[in-house]
Every structure is written in C-alpha cells, then in structure tokens.
Design a protein around this ligand. Sequence first.
Ligand SMILES: Nc1ncnc2c1ncn2[C@@H]1O[C@H](COP(=O)(O)OP(=O)(O)O)[C@@H](O)[C@H]1O
Ligand SMILES: [Mg+2]
Length: 238
Amino acid sequence: MPLALELDSVDFAYEHGPPVLRDVSFEVEAGEFVAIAGPNGGGKTTLLRLALVLARPTRGRVQLFGEPADRFRDRARLGYLSQRAQLGVQAPATVREVVSAGRAARNAFGRLTAEDREAIEQAMERVGLADLARRPLSRLSGGQQQRAFIAKALVSGPQLLALDEPTAGVDVEAQEALSGLLARLNDELGVTILYVSHEFGAIEHVVRRLVLVRGGIVFDGPPSSLPGVWHDPSHVHV
Ligand SMILES: Nc1ncnc2c1ncn2[C@@H]1O[C@H](COP(=O)(O)OP(=O)(O)O)[C@@H](O)[C@H]1O
Ligand SMILES: [Mg+2]
C-alpha cells in the first residue's frame, strides 16, 4: 500500500518571504492519525497546504497516495477543514446546505444525485447533527458548528482529512467530543487524519504520533517520548 503522504526534503517560502519550512521529510501511512502542534507562525498551516497541494514546495518533493502531488487530480480524496473555515457562520445557511456544499467537488453540474443525498445524510449522522439538519449554523453552538464543517469535509468520502485548529474557541467538552469523533473516523473508516491543534491536552489520549513544527519538524514520535522542554506550553501552544 502506498504512503498516504510523503514529503521529501521539502523547503518552502512564500514569495519574497523568508524560509517558512526547511528540509521537511515526513511520511504518513494510510490510516495513521497524526497530531500536529507547534508555536504560532511555526508553519503548521503551511505544512497542511503543502500536503493538500494548495501550495508547492520551493525545493523537494511531495507525493500523495504514491503520486507526485502536482499530478494529483482526485480532490475528493482530500478533506480539509481550514483554520478560517468557521468565519462567516453568520450566513443563514443550514447544516444540510453547508454539508451539501462539500459534495460539490464531485458533481460539477450542481444537481445532487441520490448517492450524494445519501452521503450528505450519512455525514450529518456521523457527526451527530442529523436532527439539526434544517437549523441555520448561526443558531448552533461553537462545537456544533465545528461538527457541521467536519461533516462538510467528510461528505466527499476523503481518504485523507486535514483539520487546522478546529477546536479554537470551543469548550473542553466540545473538544473531547471532537477528538472522539476523529478517533472513530480513523478507526472505523480508516481515514488518515492530520490534526493541527493547539489544545493538545484534549487529544493527548488518542494520539500515538505527534509532530511538532517550528520552521521544520522538530519532533516526531509518541507524545510520551516528547522531551521535557516541549511540555512547556509556550512551545506547544499557539
Ligand atoms: N500567505 C502568506 N504570505 C506570506 N507569508 C505567510 C503567508 N501565510 C503564512 N505566512 C508566514 O509563514 C509563517 C508560517 O505560517 P503558518 O504556516 O500559518 O504557521 P502556523 O499555522 O504554525 O501558525 C509565518 O511566519 C507566517 O507569517
Ligand atoms: Mg495555522
């Protein structure tokens, strides 16, 4: 089975900017759950964008499911909950409408098939929002809004799901519900998960592999083998 993701000696800088990531080599097997942490500005979002082919490396190579990233076309296999996805929830869209939009990548003509509808219902069910399908997002709690965005990222049936700080601004209970949901997706559906979080405490118990990003990968291993200095919140938290 090919690796879900492979970065080989990757450097990255934004145009006219200083290096953001240097010499990143990073392999993720299909079915892994990888937690990503690190200081604000360390390059976590950039790393996800490279993995999802939303940015190209200035040096080195990125491969997705065994294919060079720049030739990878099958976007439905990638799910992304971006760091800013939750802005704009004042919009009157309902849960079902938001989740349906995540299916758009699969049907260019905009008409939902029976299969699309089934996938939309299943995604809402999976995140526990089936009963709130007709509720506008503006009338949901922060945790429920997040689950709606996760359903949107899931509805195309991705094999790789990347979430960028989905727990920012939600309470501990909602964070734990989210960790449980992600662990089940990983376990039951075999979805490979890249999970950037600054609320590291809430996910520690489900995480077997933690990657710390600060201009490159400065730690990659089980959280239990994290050197003491990294437990300092100023290193790990945003
Ligand atoms: N679009 C952009 N243009 C220029 N610089 C950027 C852009 N996005 C991020 N950066 C810079 O790249 C560095 C890493 O940012 P980012 O990947 O967002 O880090 P993190 O997600 O860990 O906070 C920061 O110094 C940030 O200012
Ligand atoms: Mg970020």
